[in-house]
Design a protein around this ligand. Structure first.
Ligand SMILES: [Zn+2]
Length: 232
């Protein structure tokens, strides 16, 4: 089991850890600040002991780092990790924006979220909607930016599953209910949104800057995709 430093403090960009397992170019540590790929988010990149980390994945409670070359350290050795913070911070801003966007569209239309991809440069959310035009997109994006400008606090906390399921609108995901765990991590964005979520977010919506709608795409009869980015 890897201790998730990014859950304790999402602003950790450097950390010390101990090597537990190495296998060729793959390293498992006792703890890490590298957020693995999952939940629509790209993984963090950076370095471990000065060697590039190109992929981070999770398998249950274990997080594996794939290096650009064979690991030069062995079991039990200390190692210093450094995240590509510019990339990670953009992912945090994008991710919190995606939650606000999902909440706005869900509230306005009842649409569910059928997919998302959060990347540093451009992100997207898919909605179960039959129609979605440029005017609607810009009105939703305006609502998102109103929430961003209100400087809403983003809180993360843990709740027992039965308590969490009482929160209104907790599950807006069409295909994925929260995983069957006894305790869920909840991410709450002011009075706008609360979701069961394992990803990384900003502390305050003001850090997002400005959300910009880029384009929409039809992905089937009842599926609309909205692309967006964030600007300072
Ligand atoms: Zn999320």
């Amino acid at each position: 089991m890897t201790r998730k430093l990014f859950w304790e403090d999402m602003y950790i960009s450097e950390f010390e850890a101990k090597v537990e397992i190495t296998d060729g170019d793959t390293v498992i540590l006792n703890q890490t600040a590298f957020n693995p790929r999952g939940g629509g988010l790209v993984c963090d990149t950076g370095t471990l002991g000065g060697v590039g980390v190109i992929e981070v994945t999770k398998d249950g409670d274990t997080i594996a780092h794939r290096l650009e070359s064979r690991a030069p350290f062995g079991k039990g050795e200390p190692v210093h990790g450094v995240l590509d913070w510019e990339r990670r911070y953009r992912v945090m801003r994008m991710h919190t924006s995606a939650h606000i966007l999902s909440a706005v569209v869900n509230r306005e239309t009842g649409a569910l979220i059928t997919g998302n991809q959060i990347s540093p440069d451009e992100s997207r959310v898919d909605f179960s909607l039959e129609s979605f035009d440029k005017n609607k997109m810009s009105s939703y994006i305006d609502r998102v930016n109103e929430a961003v400008r209100r400087g809403l606090e983003v809180r993360t906390f843990f709740l027992k599953r039965e308590e969490a399921m009482k929160l209104p609108g907790l599950v807006k995901l069409a295909n994925a209910t929260p995983p069957s765990l006894d305790v869920l991590r909840i991410v709450q964005i002011g009075d706008v949104d609360a979701q069961a979520d394992g990803g990384v977010h900003v502390r305050n919506t003001r850090e997002i800057g400005k959300v910009v709608g880029l384009r929409t795409e039809n992905k089937g009869r009842n599926n609309r995709r909205l692309y967006f980015t964030v600007e300072s």
